[in-house]
Design a protein around this ligand. Structure first.
Ligand SMILES: *Cc1c(COP(=O)(O)O)cnc(C)c1O
Length: 388
């Protein structure tokens, strides 16, 4: 059997080495605590689960959904975007459901990229910004997120020829893995750049609902002109504890959404209508209090982790959003992977090496705040012993 050349281009799974180490440790009886994976530990709020239970018992939800999405689902997204971001969307052609953000991001590469096309991808970044273009036969071009500029890429440093050959740009704020929020004015510069080079901007908005310290995360579509050059992928996974449900939505430029829809009708058969109805409940104002209490939980955990890191001499700026703390690797380690191995060896705590998110992630590591409180406390205590 021979896998396709497209598939062969995907680099080997970055976590493989670490996973092997973890299973060795566990086999040797070590109580390993993973702070590696970004998957909310708390259950989906009851009002969403109840909406699903009701919906799934209605036979009308049991048939093929339309790829366009139910009218009530698109209406709920329109209302949410207006209430939350003051963005007006036409449910007729500017809203389409997705089977999670990952599906949408991947399929956008297939819908827009030909071999030899380029796609600009944030580095460090969500792995599908590079694997999507590769699987489409195209080339991802990494844009390093610069810590000194608040973890945004320097658009002015992008080579003219590369910019002309680029058809997509993948961005994500609030950002995974750095926890950064978008600096004032950056989205305006993105719109200008996208206009100049005719690039479709894909803004991955997976974390806007997890915010602390009074911060409100904007939608990219709030930026003047954004809808002419871009789309936003909104996911219910992280903010609503719904990673298993596969519920997301693509909003923005109507022509881009039409192209995505044309591709998608050939690939999947739409989002289960009962999940769409659960999504309606999630996006209603009734769920706001649940979402706010999750942010409060992550804020507490963020503070615990930042304090523990401070104690061992690792200085971090506490993030205003996301479920991650991004921290510099202490002096004296050859790489982020070497440091994470050292920590695992000494404490049984799993951290993620920054380099797995791209070359610009080297020199950093990521801690996810999605571990239940007692286990997180235990992990934090063990990290404290590293300074001894
Ligand atoms: C978790 C995550 C996703 C995936 O979201 P799904 O809706 O579960 O597919 C996409 N982008 C980023 C940046 C993420 O962290």
């Amino acid at each position: 059997m021979r896998p396709s050349k497209r598939l062969e281009r995907i680099p080997p799974y970055a976590f493989a080495q670490l996973e092997r180490k973890i299973s060795e440790k566990r086999a040797a009886g070590v109580d390993v605590i993973s702070l590696g994976i970004g998957d909310p530990d708390r259950p989906t709020p009851p009002l969403i689960v109840e909406a699903m239970q009701e919906a799934v018992s209605e036979p009308e939800t049991h048939q093929y959904p339309t790829n366009r999405g139910r009218e009530d689902f698109r209406g709920a997204v329109r209302d949410f975007y207006e209430r939350r971001f003051d963005v007006k969307l036409d449910p007729g052609n500017e809203i389409i459901p997705a089977l999670g953000a990952k599906e949408a991001i991947f399929n956008l590469s297939l819908a827009f990229l030909d071999p030899d096309d380029y796609a600009l991808a944030a580095d460090p970044g969500y792995p599908v910004y590079t694997s999507g273009p590769w699987l489409a036969g195209a080339e991802p071009v990494l844009m390093a997120l610069q810590p000194e500029h608040g973890f945004v890429p320097d658009l002015g440093a992008i080579d003219e020829d590369i910019a002309h050959r680029s058809k997509l740009m993948f961005l994500n704020y609030p950002n995974n893995p750095t926890g950064a929020v978008v600096p004032d004015g950056f989205f305006d510069r993105v719109v200008e750049f996208a206009r100049a080079y005719e690039i479709l901007v894909v803004h991955d908005n997976a974390y806007s609902e997890i915010v602390f310290d009074g911060y409100h995360a904007p939608s990219f579509l709030q930026t003047p002109g954004a809808k002419e050059v871009g789309i936003e992928v909104f996911s219910l996974s992280k903010g609503y504890n719904m990673t298993g449900w596969r519920c997301g939505v693509l909003v923005g430029n109507a022509e881009a959404l039409e192209t995505y829809w044309r591709l998608k009708t050939n690939i999947d058969s739409g989002l289960f209508e009962a999940v769409q109805l659960a999504g309606v409940a999630a996006l209603s104002p009734d769920a706001d209090v649940e979402v706010a209490s999750m942010s409060e939980l992550y804020r507490r955990r963020r503070d615990l982790v930042c304090e523990a890191l401070h104690k061992i001499g690792v200085s971090v700026r506490p993030p205003h959003s996301t479920i991650y703390v991004w921290a510099p690797v202490p002096e004296g380690f050859a790489s982020s992977e070497a440091y994470c191995e050292h920590v695992l060896e000494r404490t049984g705590v799993v951290l993620t090496p920054g380099a797995v998110y791209g070359p610009a992630g080297e020199g950093w590591f990521r801690i996810s705040l999605t571990t239940p409180d007692e286990r997180l406390l235990e992990a934090v205590e063990r990290l404290g012993t590293l300074g001894d």
